[in-house]
Design a protein around this ligand. Sequence first.
Ligand code: HEM
Length: 501
Amino acid sequence: MTFLFTKQRSYVFQSGLNQVFLSSSLLGSKRHQVALRNGFPVRTFSLLLEQVEDTSTIPMFTVGTHNGFLPRQDPMAQIPGEFRCLESLLQRMPLQLTDGRPGLLASGQFGDAVKKELPLYNVDQINDQRLLSALFRDYSFAASAYLLEPCDVLYRQRKEYGLGRKILPMNIAVPLDKVAKKLSSKPFLEYALSYVLYNYKRLNHLGDLTFDNLSLIRSFAGNKSEKGFILNHVTMVAHTPKLVKYAVAALQASGNKDRAYFDQQLSGLNDTYETINNEMEMMWTRSLPVDYLSFRTFIMGTKNQPMFPDGVIYEGVSDQPIVHRGESGANDSIIPLADNLLQITMPENPMTIVLKDFRTYRPTNHREFLEYIQGRAEQVALKKFALQDPNSAALYLSNVDQVRAFRYRHWNFNKEYIIRHTDHPVATGGSPIVKWLPNQLGAVLDLLNEVGSGIDHSKLTEANKVRVDKIDKRAAAQKRYLTREVEKLEKKLKDQELRHG
Ligand code: HEM
């Protein structure tokens, strides 16, 4: 196999899972490589295959078979003493402190405290990836608290958000921008790099990533429900090492036209998605719907939000205002992996453009991995290979059904945690909430109906016959129900707009 360096969007071919394979992209030089096989380019990606202690060069968010989509080392919980004023502000920041007393946000004093107490720390010499990630998390928490504090104060008084602060002061803006550039990310609170996936610590260092063994590093509201909300995402993502392994192996099997191996991988993938969906169900009790709005304000973005009609100026960085989407599970990689691997396509409409924009708000290596999966699935025609055999098609259908189960529960979350409690029609990430999520769920239901009706039932094993029947019936019923539900919700929202109008 020959390797060429090029700027073309292709990756190093991952042929086996028994070696640590660090590409030049991880080592920070050339990013993309092309491998040639029989003169044709083969899509490639370098996966981290074992835990590497080095913190100086390899980004924390590097997809691997031991860490999946979690950071490759547990997040740094406390920043070094030289940043003690930042640490102290963040510890005193939450609405409710760990000892139950009100924190700075409760009385709307966080902004003043930032101005009085926070020096302009110099981060120029810092290149250690673990420390950069911790600083990114901490500065982005400070930025969101600072910008959205007035909205939270007003919301608690009058159930209105009003306007956020327009200028992010230099002592947050400059180091945040510098650290973000070093991590190739956007200078704003993010799902992976700040709020969720870089915000947990194990109580027992040797214990597993289970809910009871985890606590939060940072929070805005400081209540049990915010902890439950964040950590429930983490305990779901804790299962992603298996997703990564099965996805990569399914692509290999499809490329090699190895039917038995392919079916094994789809079956493993299905079981893993089922485990993740079961973990997702725990959200209802770990984070109460009635508490969601207590922390939601602080995870809003500045893009597409009425609280920031003119964007935000980052003092000392640029005099041009900028906008960013808010923190959202839309930046998680569990479902995009399934969409890309199983070649689930979304209808071409404005909602899909929003989905694609969300996918730019994630660690570079996650994005590259998802692009690799998408490209390689096309190259080996994974869906076509699955549908060529009725029993593989049943397994394929079952995996798509897991995506349905996820999106269906997720739609229920949105009705119970958000729509039931607020009229604000724009979600934290800036998407039009009532239209956007059903767009994706509807597309999955259509795919289930299409694939299910094309399977020759007479060739199925007994177990697969039962499986396919159940999936077909449920998908048809849910599609009818969803269409009626969205029509009703849109009408309700229009009526509200007219009343407020
Ligand atoms: C109480 C629980 C949850 C609520 C209220 C919620 C809310 C939302 C909202 C409002 C959106 C629309 C995008 C935006 O922010 O503008 C969204 C999108 C999304 N969320 Fe969640 N979310 C929850 C839990 C989760 C969990 C646990 C995950 C996965 C670990 C997740 C993954 C996603 C994904 C993948 C999308 C993109 C939509 C799609 O691909 O269909 N969410 N979420």
